[in-house]
Design a protein around this ligand. Structure first.
Ligand code: PLP
Length: 351
């Protein structure tokens, strides 16, 4: 069975982690600091604060910019509930926004219609690895937190995603582009905001009391992050090459993501394809033939909240599947995925 996603690990990860274990210093320490510095340099920002998950990175980013009870935060509906949770953790409400069905990112026209005075921040994911319309969204004048959980290494107008927002968040969950098992990071050019986040991250040894968290990354995780960062360039190349193969085989028959963009670089964390048949039946068809595909977003947020008015998100949720794409896919596996896809398209009368 070919899994829908899989971490890309090798001996260099094992070596890096075992060095930390051998040192006996396994909690947050020098290795986390080193990982933060290397990640900040890669992204092109002044500083970074590593966290235990991407969700806690979002939580701390919202706290740092002062989002509080009763505020609204704009987020797309077509995204995992981590964003909604972070908004709720600070007592705020979501301003849900529809997506552009071509890019799967926030639809700027819909965003403009929905923001109100009380919308105090925008969490802007670069979904599936494609940078969103950062300039247009930043021009609204509302603080933007870039959500780069799926887009480390993606490029927008010459700059890395994560270098534009007031703060930007990353996830290093097991099957993300860069993995530390679980992990996250907040990056920024603002020393003041980074200092606040560093303070929130750890509750111990503080002169005075205020509510703080235990959102620390361990040196074991950071060691893996450093090893993974060294391989990131080759990970991204592999993802793009697989995307090119999928695209040239499938673009005649169904709607697939574009490979070339004028002003941005897609890193293909996911490869969503729009099909004509029923999504659940299609997923069963692939699974019965040894290929695990998935809905790219388990369930849109407006469906959890039982509200209507997100037609593009509804359409995409009803017709889009995500096929396996990750660096450790073998040539044989890629051929099998394409064979099963062609079989499906033939059955549907599309090829
Ligand atoms: C866009 C986006 N933001 C945030 C998160 C949350 O990251 P984590 O699972 O590390 O908490 C995810 C995780 O899947 C994600 O896809």
């Amino acid at each position: 069975m070919i899994p829908h996603s899989r971490p890309t690990l090798d001996e260099s990860d094992l070596f890096s982690v075992s060095e930390v274990i051998r040192s006996g210093r396994i909690v947050q320490g020098e290795v986390v600091e080193k990982f933060e510095k290397k990640a900040a340099k890669f992204i092109g920002v002044d500083g970074a604060v590593a966290t235990n998950t991407g969700t806690s990175a979002l939580h701390l980013a919202l706290l740092a910019i002062g989002i509080k009870k009763g505020d609204y935060v704009a987020i797309p509906s077509f995204v995992c509930t981590a964003l909604l949770n972070a908004v709720r953790y600070v007592g705020a409400h979501p301003t849900l926004v529809d997506i552009d069905p071509e890019t799967y990112n926030i639809d700027i026209r819909d965003l403009k219609k929905r923001v109100k005075k009380s919308t105090k921040a925008i969490i802007l994911p670069h979904l599936f690895g494609l940078p969103a319309d950062i300039d247009e969204i930043m021009s609204l004048g509302i603080p933007v937190i870039e959500d780069c959980a799926q887009a480390i290494g993606a490029i927008y107008k010459g700059g890395k995603t994560g270098s534009f927002g007031r703060l930007s968040c990353f996830s290093f969950y097991a099957t993300k582009v860069l993995s530390t098992g679980e992990g996250g990071m907040v990056v920024s050019d603002s020393k003041i905001l980074l200092k606040k986040i560093r303070d929130f991250r750890d509750y111990d040894n503080k002169k005075s009391y205020s509510v703080r968290y235990n959102y620390k990354m361990t040196d074991i995780q950071a060691a893996m992050g450093i090893a993974q960062l060294k391989k990131l360039h080759s990970f991204l190349l592999k993802r793009v090459n697989i995307a090119k193969r999928y695209s040239s085989a499938l673009q005649e028959f169904c709607n697939v993501p574009s490979i070339r963009y004028k002003d941005r670089k897609h890193i293909f964390f996911r490869f969503p394809i729009q099909i004509q048949g029923n999504v659940s039946k299609a997923l069963d068809f692939f699974s019965e033939r040894g290929v695990t595909c998935a809905r790219p977003v388990f369930k849109p947020i407006h469906k959890y909240l039982q509200i209507n008015g997100f037609p593009n998100t509804d359409t995409i949720w009803n017709n889009t599947i995500s096929i396996p794409i990750y660096p450790s896919l073998t040539d044989k596996e890629i051929c099998k995925i394409l064979d099963v896809l062609k079989l499906y398209l033939k059955k549907e009368g599309l090829s």
